[in-house]
Design a protein around this ligand. Structure first.
Ligand code: GLY
Length: 252
């Protein structure tokens, strides 16, 4: 018999070699993934919608500094955090996405608002931030997303490319309390969740800060429906992770 519901999460495509991972890092990542899975599972267990489960699980990952989404996202080459997110309802083929947002605390909820409260599928940049604010979604100063180890990763990346690092953003915290637990997953990282509820409706959501040192304004596959995110009841729910340019070219 098929399970009543199911939920699958990913925390990005960066390679984690077991030999490189300290037990406390392993525990820290698993703890956050477990919390996210539990948030989604609680929705599905109560016969809630796959769409609600996807949003609930991703919100946990975007609030945690270990993942390249929300707080803890990587920096663009000019030292900005630009966030992309998408959500899709496999029952209706409705979808919503935001690209390059800098002020909405939970972009996955902004993506959902685009889907449910606008006639559009994808909003970008300041227009997307303004839409999220008008919809009453929580706004934060861009410094909220700043994480010291991501800044160091940007400096290293730019140094490798022979480029000069930008000035540290105003208000950037030097707090490194979580840094010992973080694993260096390289340039990439994304979070994604797919779910199937008790009615057999499926949904998918994906969220990323992009790739370390990418050009400001670059949009990856995550917010592009049919590239990094897709859901359709008769087929599947999919959330991609990897170098977005490949996913876009191949309509993965
Ligand atoms: N897959 C995430 C990105 O390339 O932005």
């Amino acid at each position: 018999m098929a399970p009543a519901w199911s939920l699958v999460l990913h925390g990005g495509s960066g390679v984690i070699d077991r030999a490189d991972l300290k037990p406390e890092q392993d525990r820290a990542y698993r703890a956050v993934l477990a919390r996210a899975a539990e948030a989604g599972a609680a929705v599905l267990e109560a016969s809630g919608a796959a769409l609600d489960a996807v949003e609930a699980a991703i919100r946990v990952l975007e609030d945690d500094p270990l993942f390249n989404a929300g707080r803890g996202a990587v920096f663009t080459a000019d030292g900005r955090v630009e966030l992309d997110a998408a959500i899709m309802d496999g029952a209706t083929l409705e979808a919503g996405a935001v690209a390059g947002v800098t002020r909405v605390r939970n972009p996955i909820s902004a993506a959902r608002a685009v889907m449910e409260r606008s006639p559009h599928v994808l909003l970008m940049g300041t227009g997307a931030d303004a839409f999220a604010a008008a919809e009453g979604l929580r706004q934060v100063d861009p410094s909220y997303f700043f994480v010291e180890r991501r800044w160091r990763a940007l400096e290293k990346q730019l140094d490798r490319e022979g480029l000069i690092a930008p000035t540290r953003p105003l208000g950037a915290s030097r707090d490194e309390s979580h840094a010992a637990l973080a694993h260096d997953e390289g340039k990439r990282g994304t979070v994604g969740v797919v779910a199937r509820d008790v009615r057999a409706d499926v949904a998918a959501g994906t969220y990323t800060g992009g790739t370390t040192g990418n050009r400001s304004g670059r949009v990856g596959d995550s917010p592009l429906i049919g590239a990094g995110t897709y859901a359709s009841n008769p087929s599947a729910a999919v959330s991609g992770t990897g170098q977005g340019e490949h996913f876009i070219r191949l309509s993965v």
